[in-house]
Design a protein around this ligand. Sequence first.
Ligand SMILES: *Cc1c(COP(=O)(O)O)cnc(C)c1O
Ligand SMILES: [Zn+2]
Length: 424
Amino acid sequence: MQTEFFSHLRCRECGRPYPKEAIHVCEWDFGPLEAVYDYEAIRRQISRKRIESRAPTMWRYREFLPLDGEPSVGTQVGFTPLIRAERLAKALGVREAYVKNDTVNYPTLSFKDRVVAVSLSRAKEMGFTVVACASTGNLANSVAANAASVGLESYVLIPADLETSKVMGSLVYGTRVVAIRGPYDKVNRLCSEIAGKYQWAFVNVNLRPYYAEGSKTMGFEIAEQLGWRLPAHTVIPMASGSLLTKIAKSYQEMIDTDLVEKTPFAIHGAQATGCNPISDAFRKGTELVQPVPKPQTIAKSLAIGTPADGYYAIQTIAKSGGAAEDASDEEILDGIRLLAETTGIFAETAGGVTVACSRKLIDSGKIPKEGSVVLCVTGHGLKTAEVLAGVLGSPRLIDPSLREFDRLVSSDLAKAPIPEETNF
Ligand SMILES: *Cc1c(COP(=O)(O)O)cnc(C)c1O
Ligand SMILES: [Zn+2]
């Protein structure tokens, strides 16, 4: 049985082939390099049944991932729940809504565990002993955790103004956390310089072609969990724009290998208004992404002012018949609460962005009200809980006395009676 279908890297711009090394840009035109597979061979080898017989992790789609051998890091990652969200759909005014819930991804509660599982497995195949990243928070958490799980040394570089939980969520693993005075773009720029000097595997710099492919597994899972069909509409949060382009790629790969029928799939992008270079360019009808030098948003995980894949994200959205939206901080907070109150899912700010932008896309008819939509919710709310301070009110404080509790409940009942069928 053939197990390797990943043949080489290729420039997205000029198509020149490159060997499977720790490189990420074309020497001729600086285009990004991308993994290439033998889809004909994959099509002959896999089937829905074969995939279904495998363990419920992202690695059940391993033929579509850029490794030479078996994965060695993050072997339990993925296959998060896709839930039918009837009450959320009603609140958003759409016939059918699903939530792809990567808030419970293993081990660090965001979709970044997918990209890290692939890039660290590849880093080990290539013989690297130190791994690193430039991160807006979640990637740092995942690199630190997954590196610790296999004893790799790690450096994670982050903007200095991140949420406390995201900083602690890296430090706890004993990684070397370096906070940079400046926005993410400066962190990323510094990491490129470091990667040129030190022989380290920077997952989203020199290993980016491998890293990025991990995002496809979110799309494969969505289609399988829908009963092997593509969603007509998918709403995806955008930082660099990579996740969005890779979910679209995963849908196309499933069509090309006969895993799903060829049906239209609109890909919609979601950003925060305080850092909206991609959605802004899309709305203006240009592929020229204007950098946002000073992002100002509570959605720090999405605050990338110069998005590496912005141009490709715009092309993907346009070609698929999708659209892009952005949401203010207030709308993001409303989105977090609406999702929690209607589905029981506590998402971080990026999840609030997805919900808020979905509402706008439905209101404007870009997603038809009689249609069906999948919302990609990519990170857990406990990581950004501080944004809710002062928004949710506080618990009602009483003495440990039944009388005080009775008084509290009767005042509640006066305001909003509990339904009659409730039995105490
Ligand atoms: C990184 C991240 C994204 C999207 O990142 P891309 O750079 O666009 O691939 C979305 N949500 C969360 C929570 C993230 O951490
Ligand atoms: Zn090229």
